[in-house]
Design a protein around this ligand. Structure first.
Ligand SMILES: [Zn+2]
Length: 287
């Protein structure tokens, strides 16, 4: 059943990517300037009670990354229920995989990671939600073993945080724009994640990076993040941010929608080579 669901998803993705049968090259749309990917981690209650309606109002796509870790199983005041997650799917949003336990992939091995993502796949199927095709690294930790495990698990795209190219004090930060010509699709950086150190100017900066084939990938948590003040977004600020994206006529999508613009099979042989190169060129430009 799991494999069937995955096959159907891939057929759907193929349908998206190929304009006509027999074409040798995937027909991808050109990446527009101000292409913005919106992601929301941890299944905070506000995903359903606040964020979804604002996104709908603006016609924005987005991905909600679900984990049963953190307070999900205990605290239904602060976290969504599976019924609410299914509603988000039915509203047209993407449900992404954020693992069963929310353990950093750096503290488990590849097999444990596969098991942890399978649990979320199973829970999605039980709730009539498609098996997720994108992944988000819990706590932003990543490594080569995890990239391999995610690839073997069939994920198309995975989003990390801003490290190691950018410094991160853990309370919101700017990060690299995603460059599909360069970055591995299972190590997509966050161009910004919200917290006390990230403000409207940082959002404007991120949107400015989204040009010449680069994409701004934004990461939010709760609006507000009741359990995690270091990644909090104030609801009033959030409305201002979304209005800014609307006013700038950004194209705002879920991570899975990247298949319209990006071939996830086109990737560097060494997933970490682009990251090392970015660190090197940052170092050179600051000298
Ligand atoms: Zn998380």
């Amino acid at each position: 059943m799991r494999h069937l669901a995955r096959l159907l998803t891939l057929l759907f993705v193929s349908f998206y990517s190929y304009s006509n049968v027999g074409a040798e090259e995937p027909k991808l749309q050109p990446i527009p300037d101000r292409l913005v990917v919106l992601t929301f981690d941890d299944a905070n209650k506000s995903d359903r009670t606040f964020v979804a309606d604002i996104l709908k109002k603006h016609g924005f796509g987005a991905t909600f990354y679900v984990s049963e870790g953190l307070g999900f199983l205990k605290n239904k005041q602060h976290y969504t229920t599976w019924d609410e997650i299914r509603e988000l799917h039915e509203m047209g949003f993407e449900i992404g995989n954020h693992t069963q336990h929310h353990r950093s992939v750096t503290s488990i091995n590849g097999e444990q990671l596969k098991e942890s993502v399978r649990h979320i796949e199973k829970r999605c199927q039980e709730n009539n939600i498609p098996v997720p095709v994108t992944f988000c690294y819990p706590g932003f930790g990543h490594n080569a073993e995890a990239v391999k495990a995610l690839d073997e698990s069939g994920f198309l795209f995975a989003r990390r945080g801003v490290r190691p190219e950018w410094q991160d004090n853990g309370e919101g930060s700017r990060g690299p724009a995603y460059d599909p010509q360069v970055d591995h699709p299972l190590l997509i950086p966050s161009t910004g994640y919200d917290g006390p150190d990230w403000k409207l100017d940082d959002l404007k900066w991120a949107v400015d990076q989204a040009r010449d084939g680069k994409i701004a990938v934004l990461c939010f948590h709760g609006v507000p993040a009741l359990d995690h003040p270091w990644v909090n977004t104030d609801p009033k600020d959030f409305e201002i941010y979304m209005q800014y994206l609307k006013d700038k006529q950004c194209t705002v999508i879920a991570l899975r929608d990247l298949v319209k613009y990006v071939d996830p099979q086109q990737r560097p042989a060494d997933p970490y080579a682009p990251i090392r190169q970015r660190i090197e060129s940052k170092k050179r430009s600051s000298e």
